[in-house]
Design a protein around this ligand. Sequence first.
Ligand code: SAM
Length: 409
Amino acid sequence: MESYAVPVAVALGVVAVAMVLRKSSKARDFDSQINSGLSMLQTSDSVLAREKVSTSMEEYSQLFSGKTGQSTASGLKGGDLTTEESIAKRQEGYRTMVNNFYDLVTDFYEYGWCQSFHFAPRWKGESFFESIKRAEYHLCSRLGMAPGVKALDVGCGVGGPMRNMAVFSGATIEGITINEYQVRVGNKYHEQAGVGHLCHTTRGDFQNLPGFKNGALWEGIEYRGADWTGKFDCAYQIEATCHSPNKTRCFSEVARCLKKGGLFAGYEWVVLPEVKYDANNPEHVSVKESIEIGNGLPTLATPAIVKQALVDAGFEILDAYDANEGVHDPHQIPWYETLDGKMSLSGFRMTRIGRSCTHAMVTILEKLRIAPKGTTHVSAMLNATAIDLVEGGKKEIFTPSYFFLAKKL
Ligand SMILES: C[S@@+](CC[C@H](N)C(=O)[O-])C[C@H]1O[C@@H](n2cnc3c(N)ncnc32)[C@H](O)[C@@H]1O
């Protein structure tokens, strides 16, 4: 079992130093660590009541047979979550699963990562944030985004990519996310960043975009008669449709909202049977399932499944490849390295030790009843999955950046 003695001591030290030196300029970093940690746990925009965090986490955990917080290294045994029955349970409950998941983790992501909730291939000499933005600008360039172009961001999170891409390209971007909290903070951030005239976030389900014909909408989602059919010049998704319970349905909805000939690009999470993923290797299956547990996924797809879904949804595939295929090229820095714990001052919170400090901090804050009950469970789940994301990358059995570019026929 991982020992938290050192991080607990570090976290206590951070709290103490921050309190003593609060007003000193030298303490700015400590101050920011502790203040953003506290505001992460007490945001006024939160839609999840404090007393519901624990129940929500339990509900979420049930969809994964109570295995949240376990990693392959800590003894997680793969297999149970890849059965048809287990996958069907998550496909059926996807809206509650994904919504609960993002109610629980959005602040952790923003605190530990940044406002763009995705990975990126990275070349030597590039900073983490430069690589994140380059992946986003790559989409702008492949989609021909420019002033006057209307783009759809499918599964937009709190809108980090959208804002960067709007500033870079001048295009108008409409984002959609199933999570109400992300809508609230996303629209606030658009205004704060001065791009409110270019960016907007709507609450909705990418399986049923505004104007959908069959099925019923879910609690809290209200399109008020809006119809997006044929409204957009292009669309993109960044590490979002991995949550889809049925990619053909999701991509068909995107196709419906595009003009004829409109382009759709994305970065998809997949396991890689053409590279090293072996579905008969229990350790590979365990890594795959750990990634699903810690990220709210019904099940991970393969590149073949993604491409077939695009074709079945009425797209012609123009390009498709793993943007991380050079993951172990000596000129590149692996996409998972930030999580693997090389010491980095700017990205300290993402590293293994940084995450352990965050975990220690929330454990203490939960004990002091500052953080809601259940927060430590969320943090443990994110730590466990980070370990297996790294394993998936090291073993070349998983990529979060399977790039595709497709044209609506
Ligand atoms: C990993 S985050 C990526 C967010 C954003 N693309 C980014 O890179 O910052 C996945 C996003 O997909 C959204 N999502 C998942 N399932 C969805 C659904 N059925 N309908 C709409 N959004 C969904 C989540 O709410 C979340 O915002």
